[in-house]
Write a protein that binds this ligand. Structure first.
Ligand code: NAD
Ligand code: ZN
Length: 338
């Protein structure tokens, strides 16, 4: 892991924010260059992404005399990089920060693209700013300790990116998740990141093309909001990437029925879901609540309208598709009948 970039900062101006569960991780122990810097260790779960934690980070930066030329190094999953990036971007109108992502989801998604933020009033990511890290340092060896559910969650997000790229999707379909090969995974991580970076560079503020990265997320977020029993995370909700996989299936179903997308990616993804992720534990009676949640989604440009990204084929996203209630019901019927 190269920490060359640290030479650009005064030693007394470098602070570290890290996930407490990594305190004995071999990768952290190997990061000797950081051991003398002040470290704020945080207990991490989704509730960590709160205003209280932001003030804790600001206080930590003030207590260590960090000026506008300071640097915050964020080591952890998406929770840590989201909140660390937000605290850095707002401290003294913004200081530099570096991400060292330690989960698959953070490596391929959360730690790049410039979205930072916290949850507020119970709404996920409802307060935040766009602020790019000066560097994201990738080191897939962190993944060796990551629980399988977290790997699957990150992989769900990779499948989304894969559906936006003709070359990447077949490669992801061939990857053997039962025997994780770290070298092959590293190659896939870089491919996913390149794809995301190309899209974000073309539309950093999500005014058009970047919405393609929301594929699977209109249905996925609604499923994530409803309390589920399968693939639980610490707060009793589905892990994000599981919900994304279920959302992708619902949205691929609509891509087939509305836009004439070939059925093959839907069939392949369905097989993968049944093998690795299990069926979504939902009842048809949940549909009304799920649709109401989709109508409130912050991605909608008008209230009470369901807006979603679909694909015409793998690699050909179509943004701003309006979904009727009947269509949404039909997509949930398909998903829940698997
Ligand atoms: N900013 C963005 O563009 C973006 C994109 C996607 C997701 N997100 C955000 O990311 C968050 C989810 O990220 P996440 O899935 O990484 O969650 P997370 O940060 O909560 O990490 C998941 C779990 O893994 C543990 N962990 C972290 N690294 C580990 C390792 N190397 N070995 C073992 N355990 C480890 C953590 O302590 C935690 O329990 C959400 O808050 C979501 O909103 C942001
Ligand atoms: Zn996502």
């Amino acid at each position: 892991m190269s920490l060359e970039v640290l030479h650009q900062y005064e030693k007394s101006q470098i602070c570290v924010l890290a996930d407490k569960s990594l305190i004995r991780h071999p990768q952290w122990l190997a990061l000797e260059a950081l051991h003398e810097q002040p470290v704020l260790w945080l207990d991490v779960n989704e509730q960590t992404k709160s205003l209280e934690t932001v003030t804790q980070i600001w206080d930590f930066l003030f207590a260590n005399g960090i000026t506008r030329r300071g640097l915050l190094i964020c080591i952890g999953g998406g929770v840590l990089t989201d909140i660390g990036g937000f605290a850095a971007a707002t401290y003294k109108r913004g200081i530099d920060y570096i991400n060292i992502p330690t989960t698959l989801l953070a490596m391929i998604d959360a730690s790049s693209g410039g979205k930072t933020g916290i949850n507020y009033h119970g709404l996920k990511n409802s307060i935040g700013v766009f602020a790019d890290p000066v560097q994201t340092i990738l080191c897939p060896e962190w993944l060796t300790t990551l629980p399988v559910q977290q790997i699957l969650s990150g992989f769900g997000e990779m499948l989304k990116t894969g559906l936006l790229d003709e070359t990447l999707f077949p490669e992801l379909m061939q990857y053997d998740l039962d025997h994780m090969d770290i070298n092959a995974m590293t190659t896939l991580i870089h491919q996913c990141l390149d794809k995301k970076r190309t899209i974000v560079a073309a539309d950093p503020r999500e005014e058009g093309l970047r919405k393609a990265l929301n594929l699977g997320h209109t249905f996925g977020h609604a499923l994530e909001e409803i309390q589920m029993v399968n693939g639980q995370s610490s707060n009793g909700k589905w892990l994000h990437g599981y919900a994304v996989v279920y959302g992708l299936i619902a949205e691929l179903y609509l891509s087939v029925t509305k836009l004439g997308c070939p059925r093959e990616p839907l069939q392949q993804l369905t097989q993968m879901m049944l093998h690795y992720y299990g069926k979504p534990q939902c009842k048809c009676s949940d549909r009304e609540q799920l649709i109401a949640l989709m109508q409130q989604d912050k991605k909608n440009e008008r209230t009470a309208q369901i807006n979603c990204t679909l694909i015409r084929a793998v690699g050909s996203p179509v943004i701003n598709q309006v979904i009727t209630m009947d269509e949404a019901n039909e997509a949930f019927d398909y998903l829940f009948s698997l």
